[in-house]
Design a protein around this ligand. Structure first.
Ligand code: ATP
Length: 249
């Protein structure tokens, strides 16, 4: 029997007033896939990911995570998912280790929690800040602890909104390796990013989004069509108009 797709979206839409943030999207992310979502600012990526994560109710359509409908079988869908979304608040008065211990208890990780927390803190180079409160973390450190929280219960599907934003190159490499291992072990990653070379290097498939719609979807080679992903992006989205600004000279 073929496994259910990790993420299946059918006719998903979301409006904010007159603005259509997500416009009737159908998308299938197969299990075991490293999948990238790219698009310009305001394309609707965060809105789409928030609906997938079950944190924003769609106006129309449905989301299934590993075969579980996020409305009808919400508990099961949330159980199999790890999420890191933009603007997700963290408990500021805990240290990174305390937050992972707390997450492990909430998620019922049990005896494996110490080893997992140690591995994640080490790989994400947060172990040196073991006793630092989250309120004192840098932006990049907050991203990294958010990723560790998402991974602690070893979910089947990881939904990550811009996990490489504000991350230094060495840490980005560590995160790429970590996510690569997770996918090699059968996990599914769905992430958004503005960093095209990371998407090209890590993802098997990519979707290009603009104005709430998916303009192209396929393997990196299919979507890039002999060029680079950045070139395809510019071709599909268009380049902002350029003009000479006299006062800059
Ligand atoms: N809570 C909200 N209320 C009103 N409008 C919103 C809200 N959230 C998003 N929008 C609008 O929906 C559209 C899509 O926004 P979204 O944040 O999903 O884009 P994005 O692709 O994630 O952008 P970025 O790359 O800049 O993070 C934008 O026009 C945005 O202004």
């Amino acid at each position: 029997m073929t496994p259910s797709p990790a993420v299946q979206l059918s006719g998903l839409s979301k409006h904010f007033g007159d603005r259509v943030a997500v416009d009737t999207i159908d998308l299938c992310v197969p299990a075991g896939m490293f999948f990238g979502l790219v698009g310009p600012n305001g394309a609707g990526k965060s809105t789409l990911l928030a609906m997938i994560a079950g944190l924003l109710a769609p106006d129309t359509g449905c989301v299934e995570i590993a075969g579980f409908d996020t409305r009808q079988r919400r508990e099961q869908a949330l159980e199999v998912m790890g999420i890191m979304l933009d603007g997700f608040s963290l408990p500021e008065r805990l240290t990174g280790s305390e937050l992972l211990e707390y997450t492990a208890r909430l998620r019922g990780v049990g005896g494996a929690s110490r080893e997992r927390a140690r591995d994640l803190l080490e790989i994400l180079e947060l172990d040196r800040a073991r006793s630092t409160l989250i309120v004192d973390y840098s932006t990049g450190m907050r991203k990294k602890i958010g990723l560790a929280v998402a991974m602690m219960h070893r979910p089947r599907v990881l939904v990550l909104d811009e996990p490489f934003e504000a991350i230094d190159p060495a840490s980005a490499w560590a995160i790429e390796t970590l996510l690569g291992q997770y996918v090699d072990g059968g996990g599914t990653v769905l992430l958004s990013s503005h960093i095209m070379d990371v998407i090209e290097r890590t993802c098997e498939r990519v979707a290009v989004m603009n104005d709430g719609r998916i303009l192209a979807e396929g393997t990196i080679d299919e979507v890039s069509a002999g060029g680079t992903l950045a070139e395809t992006f510019m071709r599909l989205i268009g380049v902002p108009p350029q003009r000479d600004i006299a006062w800059l000279r």
